[in-house]
Ligand binder design. Structure first.
Ligand code: ASP
Length: 438
């Protein structure tokens, strides 16, 4: 039988009502064998995530302040879920142990990790599944990096030899000295991906509170259609679009094993969501898969006659950036021109030193900075074979009277990046969306 790993995020497990939806989802498909759980998230916009409550408690513990009141609220969250579900479980012993570990300075990561630990215990009991403590099966090395080899050697046999089903807390694992370490925020997504790879899952389902990725940011394109299928590579190109839905690092474990990820909505379980698949995926629904944009960009424009025949020109320009420790996003160039696109926040305060350094290194004819630029990345595996994609794109922008200040196309033909004035951003996004998505 196929194996599915299902990860449920904080909003999917925020209260008893959400737990019930999760149970229905899990029980609807016998292949959902390994469940990865987050800590209880927000129940409403002004609620506080249990993870944040735990960080606060621990801050107080470090400062030697009384954290009883804060900790009582954490207990209340869990006991509320247990009571509302009507299950026979007491976490009192765990609460006592956690409290004394706080006094013993068990670490900030330990504190935060208890959010998923306790929630997973409740979920395991509610489902009648085994509970597997991630501390015994997910490992980091001495440098604090995730250690796949060690994890695989312990986690894979454990899962392979299991008859039944299990719940595994997300977000944390152990250091070589046995202390608890967490991934960065939102890291339960990474645990889910690791578990999927360890058990050779056929599918990694990531259940959250949206029905997958939208083709364009719904704050700009209100009725944006969802993306049905996206490849791992396309998702990387659209990196700043996925933010908030899936942790950036969650794709790597499953990607190398060719396991697809399905983003699903716990509140609308019938929605198919978005499938993230390997790069050999068949054709996409539209020529383009997604559009992502970013405001707040600056460009350093450099012009010099015969730049193209000057050996080391580009390196010298980049050296100037390197010296000020400023990274760049893109570097489109012409025969006698070169533009370096940089996030304005990164450039701020370094403008003069970088300009002086470029001047002394390459003696340009013209050198100037343009601010208030936005970049729009149009990504699609369908663009490779489709003639005229750039034509449609630039006609749409011209018809919308948007001036294109910069164009960059990767040789993979997977993306086209255009730079426009920030004030044209919304109009440009809409023009591109309407031209491709019917
Ligand atoms: N609970 C953790 C956080 O809030 C991890 C997660 O939910 O993925 O960041």
């Amino acid at each position: 039988m196929a194996i599915k790993v299902a990860k449920f995020g904080g909003s999917s497990l925020a209260d008893a009502n959400q737990f019930k939806k999760v149970k229905n989802i899990i029980e609807a498909d016998d292949e959902r064998r390994f469940i990865v759980a987050s800590a209880p998230g927000k129940r409403s916009a002004d609620d506080i995530k249990v993870t944040d409550m735990l960080y606060d408690c621990y801050e107080k513990a470090i400062e030697d302040e009384d954290f009883d009141e804060n900790f009582a609220k954490v207990k209340e969250r869990y006991n509320g879920i247990i009571n509302d579900l009507g299950i026979d479980l007491s976490l009192d012993e765990d609460f006592e142990k956690i409290k004394s570990s706080f006094f013993a300075m068990a670490g900030r990561d330990y504190a935060a990790s208890r959010g998923e630990y306790l929630n997973s215990k409740i979920l395991a009991k509610y489902l009648g599944f085994d509970f597997i403590d991630a501390a015994k099966y997910i490992f980091f090395n001495d440098r604090g990096e995730f250690d796949w080899e060690k994890t695989k050697s312990k986690l894979r046999p454990k899962l392979e030899n299991m008859e039944g089903k299990a719940v595994i807390p997300g977000f944390y694992g152990s250091m070589p000295n046995g202390t608890i370490k967490t991934f960065s925020r939102g890291g339960s997504d990474i645990t889910g991906s690791i578990v999927a790879r360890a058990c050779h899952a056929d599918l990694y389902e990531n259940w959250t509170d949206v029905s997958g990725f939208m083709i364009a940011d719904p704050r700009v394109i209100k009725d944006s259609k969802p993306i049905k299928t996206i490849t791992y590579t396309e998702l990387r190109e659209l990196a700043y679009m996925g933010a908030g839905v899936l942790h950036e690092d969650a794709i790597f474990p499953v990607r190398s094993a060719g396991i697809p990820i399905n983003i699903r909505n716990t509140n609308i379980p019938d929605d198919p969501g978005t499938m993230i698949v390997s790069d050999t995926a068949e054709k996409s629904e539209y020529i383009i898969t997604g559009i992502a944009g970013k405001r707040g960009m600056s460009v350093i424009n450099i012009e010099k006659d015969k730049m193209n025949s000057e050996v080391g020109f580009g390196r010298n320009v980049l050296r100037a950036l390197e010296k000020s420790e400023v990274s760049f996003e893109h570097m489109p160039s012409g025969v006698d021109t070169m533009s370096v696109v940089i996030q304005s926040d990164n450039l701020k305060g370094h403008e003069n030193e970088i300009m002086d350094e470029i001047k002394s290194r390459v003696h340009p004819d013209q050198l100037y900075i343009e601010n208030d630029l936005a970049l729009i990345t149009v990504v699609g595996r369908g663009m490779k074979s489709a003639r005229g994609t750039a034509g449609i794109l630039f006609k749409a922008l011209a018809d919308a009277r948007v001036n294109v200040k910069m164009i960059d196309q990767g040789s993979s033909e997977l993306n086209i990046i255009v730079g426009v004035a920030e004030e044209d951003f919304d109009i440009a996004m809409k023009a591109i969306y309407d031209a491709f998505i019917k």
